[in-house]
Design a protein around this ligand. Structure first.
Ligand code: FES
Length: 335
């Protein structure tokens, strides 16, 4: 049986390829044109090392000069000694260009639906001829029809051939104007994907997912993946927007509580109307510090740069370096 493996690189590129049962990972990569730097091919030099981010694997021989026991505990691995026993994702701390690796795929997607989901957000659905591989949390760069502009959007669902993107509708923006004024079912958009190093890793600890605005998109993709995998860890989703009219996908979020046993949800408005009776202020005001201190957790944050920076600062101020932070900053360009 083949397993699907993703290699993710420091430049944000991700390449997918099949690995045969019991095959050495390096052999499969080379067969697929991914020339991982290597030297000894015997588990000694450490040149081909990476880190397993998700999935199961074994290693034939690892010399202690190549990887220490601490390295092994951190799931570092040698490509020339690794065999996978499930679908898996590996990270390499160098650019994909070092492997003469192919560029991300360019694909044509056809608009099959546009759904307004809040005062400030629409979901655009694109249909592809063939399924697109990506890791939940990653993004695509979309070319905007009739313009020379491209914009980046996180996938709001799992890999497949029907893609979803949450689009923030700015008062005046290239993509916003296209979606509001000209977008028609059947329009073709060129997309470059997959991109980005923000993606769901192996789930071995409680998860805290933090979305600012349409940063929710990437986290919805992760949540769909957790449902599909059958996640046994507690998951707490925090979602911050300006006003109640900006909240979206309420039904979908509610449904996660039925499909993910340990799911909790907190929404926070930064600028609510006086009638709002829910939580208000900054997201960091509402994080449950004791919960994080007791259990440690993996925290995935997707939102505007000031929000991400404030969470990084908050973690430092609270002495919560034990919380592993993964984040994606995005700017809402209105050029
Ligand atoms: S190439 Fe030397 S350890 Fe893999």
């Amino acid at each position: 049986m083949n397993h699907k493996v993703a290699f993710s690189f420091a430049d944000g590129k991700t390449l997918f390829f099949p690995v045969q049962a019991n095959e050495i990972l390096l052999d499969a990569a080379l067969r697929n044109g991914i020339n991982i730097p290597l030297d000894c091919r015997e588990g000694v030099c450490g040149t081909c090392q990476g880190r397993c981010e998700s999935g199961d694997y074994s290693q034939d021989y690892v010399d202690e000069e190549a990887l220490s026991s601490l390295d092994l505990a951190q799931r570092k691995m040698l490509t020339c000694q690794t065999r996978v026993t499930s679908d898996a994702t590996f990270y390499f701390d160098f650019a994909s260009s070092l492997c003469n690796a192919a560029k991300p795929a360019q694909r044509l997607g056809k608009v099959c639906e546009v759904q307004p989901v809040s005062d400030s957000t629409a979901i655009v659905y694109l249909q592809l001829d063939q399924p697109l591989d990506f890791l939940p949390g990653q993004y695509a760069r979309l070319s905007i029809p009739g313009t020379a502009h491209q914009r980046s959007y996180s996938f709001a669902n799992r890999p497949g051939n029907r893609l979803q993107f949450l689009i923030r509708l700015l008062p005046d923006g290239v993509m916003s104007n296209y979606v509001r004024e000209r977008c028609q079912v059947g329009d073709e958009l060129l997309l470059e994907a997959p991109l980005g190093a923000f993606y769901l890793r192996q789930v071995a600890r409680p998860l805290v997912l933090v979305a600012g605005g349409t940063g929710l998109s990437a986290l919805l993709g992760m949540l769909d993946e957790l449902v599909a995998r059958g996640c046994e860890q507690p998951v707490h989703l925090y979602y911050g927007v300006r006003s109640a009219a900006d909240l979206c996908e309420a039904e979908r979020i509610k449904a996660y509580a039925e499909t993910l046993p340990g799911f909790r949800y907190t929404e926070v408005l930064s600028d609510p109307s006086p009638q709002w009776t829910g939580k208000r202020g900054y997201l960091t005001d509402h994080f449950e510090v004791a919960e994080l201190r007791d259990t440690t957790a993996d925290m995935y944050v997707c939102g505007p740069p000031p929000m991400v920076e404030s969470i990084k600062q908050w973690r430092q101020d609270q002495g919560l370096e034990c919380v592993q932070l993964y984040y994606e900053k995005f700017t809402e360009s209105n050029i």
